[in-house]
Ligand binder design. Structure first.
Ligand code: PGA
Length: 240
């Protein structure tokens, strides 16, 4: 486990983007696991800048962590839409190589199985980017999620709905369910980078790194992974 404490959001984004760049330089056919939310926006912006300077994404494959249930791919708050807007449209990645669970699937259970199978067929994830919820969640794996879980339908907790309400007109518009890679799916990645910025993440970062390994703090499972880097700004590191 490596812990990089950097000054601020911009340094966090640059540090994480450099790790991604290194991965692509080592293997242009890498499989990246991607995250959404506010935290990775700076990473995607920096990677788009690297692309303008010549970084090639043509052979890359990506799998996103999660998607809301019930939002069509073109809904402005869907994670497919977020990824298109903030990253995929800015680099030369092939659309067919970008994977996100389909939250509008008729059969959600079948969609979860299909997603796990696709990841396996791609040879697994080489580098997984993660944010962390203020409640310690990774992906949409809320406190209490079994460490053995794979991609599944999850109920969002009230705190996650509140955290994400800022993106929707009213808290009632936030979907209450999502499809999310499970803890086991995430732990199967060969390397993991977790980013956190801001004082509202300080308790979660502290619990993840210094607390017991427990399903009550999903991110604490990362203590068991051999290649994890936490990139946290000073505010998020405030309790370490
Ligand atoms: P955020 O979400 O980046 O919007 O703070 C992080 C997360 O919930 O994993």
């Amino acid at each position: 486990m490596k812990i990089l404490v950097v000054a601020d959001y911009e340094s966090m984004s640059n540090a994480a983007a450099q790790i991604v760049q290194g991965q692509i330089a080592r293997d242009p056919r890498s499989v990246l696991g991607l995250a959404t939310g506010s935290t990775p926006l700076g990473v995607y912006k920096t990677l788009a800048e690297y692309h303008r300077q010549g970084l090639d994404f043509a052979e890359l494959t990506t799998f996103n962590l999660d998607e809301y249930v019930g939002l069509a791919a073109d809904h402005p708050q869907s994670y497919r839409h977020y990824m298109q807007e903030n990253f995929f449209s800015k680099v030369n990645i092939r659309p067919e190589n970008t994977h996100i669970p389909n939250g509008a699937a008729q059969d959600l259970q079948a969609e979860c199985l299909r997603y796990e199978q696709l990841m396996a067929e791609a040879g697994g994830i080489d580098l997984q980017l993660l944010g962390i919820g203020s409640n310690g969640h990774i992906g949409f794996n809320e406190p209490g999620t079994a460490f053995g879980s794979q991609t599944q339908v999850v109920d969002l907790t009230e705190s996650t709905i509140q955290d994400n309400a800022r993106f929707f007109a009213t808290p009632q518009d936030v979907p209450t369910q999502a499809l999310s890679m499970g803890i086991k799916s995430i732990m199967q990645a060969k390397a993991i980078v977790l980013m956190a910025s801001g004082a509202n993440k300080a308790d979660a970062v502290h619990a993840a790194l210094r607390g017991p390994v427990t399903p009550h703090v999903p991110a604490s499972v990362l203590q068991l992974h051999p290649f994890v880097t936490f990139v946290v700004d000073q505010a998020a590191a405030g309790r370490l």
